[in-house]
Design a protein around this ligand. Structure first.
Ligand SMILES: Cc1ncc(COP(=O)(O)O)c(C=O)c1O
Length: 399
């Protein structure tokens, strides 16, 4: 039977980061010594006390449906964290727990957007924002930021991008893919513009605990009067607690919107996995030392990767202040070739690296800037050392 797919899904591309991680894994299986800098997840194991909590949940019979929007115990743990970390007070009705941070953003788009509504997405952006906006009928309005400005959206550019169709703007700090962290003052300026112009500010703070000390992380909902009512915070346990496979994310925001997002969830996935919710309670309420240890490790690797890449002629990068990615400018190689293979864009550059140096990176095109590649340093120091050497050798062949 010739199945005609919906127009909606025909225009939908698969996540390029997941596709490349898969390609690297496949090559490895075939015996190639591929070094992968594609991981969007910490390479550490989930901390023991979190795994124990999940096992306990199974043994105690917490294996049934929970309330659609998340268990009270988990909502209370989230409330406690926001009170402790950011002096922000949230009620349970202002929180929705979903199946990962990605699902939180999906629910938000479904609950917020009508066809033609605009959603401002600063580029470079996390690959999934524009497709999820489009799936909901919205129009992603891509606003380019500059490397010289640390890849941060300025209040002026935000103001210039708002039209009478603008519903929301998403800020992702610390950022995937650039690692930029907005200083508190700059977040406040953006929040004030959003309030002023009646635009909802979506603050994706999933990397909030992975910062390296240069710039203080601040939660957008707490920066000034009125911020809390005009902001939706997106967060989750995936990155901070090395729990990507457990699929728990959450949103904090205005009650009416959270209630609408919960309705979307009630007619799609229902509650996130009960066992993962119990594990997340342990993650949020337990000792945070595991996070600190992971961040210390990441910082060493970051420095090693930045120093290594900067030593390569033709590659430049901004030192990331958070998350675990380096966004490196490789555009000086465009127009060059090795044998009869010419490099014209980030995808061509990434496949040249994979074929010639057996190093896998993610092309910047998927993040909205084709001059760059993204390298994740969620891998061993040994891999960073060897991978950077291989990149140096490979680009040395380009004439
Ligand atoms: C910026 C950003 N937001 C949200 C997510 C979603 O995380 P989760 O695995 O919890 O769905 C990711 C994951 O890569 C991300 O990088």
């Amino acid at each position: 039977m010739n199945i005609r797919l919906s127009r909606r899904v025909m225009g939908l591309e698969a996540s390029p980061t997941l596709a490349l991680t898969g390609k690297a894994k496949e090559l490895r299986k075939k015996g190639h010594d591929v070094i992968s800098f594609t991981a969007g997840e910490p390479d550490f194991d989930t901390p023991e006390h979190i795994k124990e909590a999940a096992i306990r949940a199974v043994k105690e019979g917490h294996t049934k449906y929970t309330p659609v929007g998340g268990m009270e115990e988990l909502k209370e743990a989230i409330i406690e964290r926001y009170r402790k970390d950011h002096s922000l007070e949230y009620a349970r009705e202002e929180i929705l727990v979903s199946c990962g941070g990605k699902h939180s953003f999906y629910n938000l788009c479904q609950a917020l957007l009508d066809p033609g509504d605009e959603f401002i997405v600063p580029a470079p952006y996390w690959v999934s924002y524009p497709p999820m906006v489009r799936l909901a009928g919205g129009v992603p309005r891509i606003v380019h930021t500059r490397e010289e400005e640390g890849f941060r959206l300025t209040p002026e550019r935000l103001k210039d991008s708002i039209t009478d169709r603008t519903k929301a703007v998403v800020i992702n700090s610390p950022s995937n893919p650039t690692g930029c962290v907005y200083p508190p003052g700059e977040i406040e300026e953006l929040v004030r513009v959003a309030i002023d112009r009646g635009v909802l500010l979506i603050s994706d703070e999933i990397y909030d605990r992975i910062v390296y000390g240069e710039v203080e992380f601040v939660c957008a909902a707490g920066v000034c009067d009125g911020a809390r009512e005009n902001t939706v915070i997106l967060n989750g346990v995936s990155k901070s607690y090395s729990m990507t496979g457990w699929r728990i994310g959450y949103a904090l925001g205005p009650k009416g919107l959270i209630e609408a997002m919960t309705r979307v969830q009630s007619q799609s996935t229902s509650n996130p996995t009960s066992i993962s919710q119990w594990a997340s309670v342990a993650a949020l309420k337990g000792s945070q030392q595991c996070v600190e240890e992971m961040v210390r490790e990441f910082k060493k690797r970051r420095d090693m990767m930045v120093e290594g890449l900067s030593s390569i002629d033709g590659i430049s990068c901004v030192r990331p202040q958070g998350a675990f990615y380096v966004f490196a400018n490789v555009s000086t190689f465009f127009g060059r070739a090795h044998k009869d293979r010419a490099i014209d864009d980030s995808t061509g550059f990434a496949s040249f690296l994979l074929d010639t140096g057996e190093v896998c990176v993610v092309p910047g095109a998927g993040f909205g800037d084709d001059r760059y590649i993204r390298l994740s340093f969620a891998c061993s120091e040994e891999d960073i050392r060897r991978g950077v050497d291989r990149i140096k050798e490979a680009v040395g062949l380009l004439r």
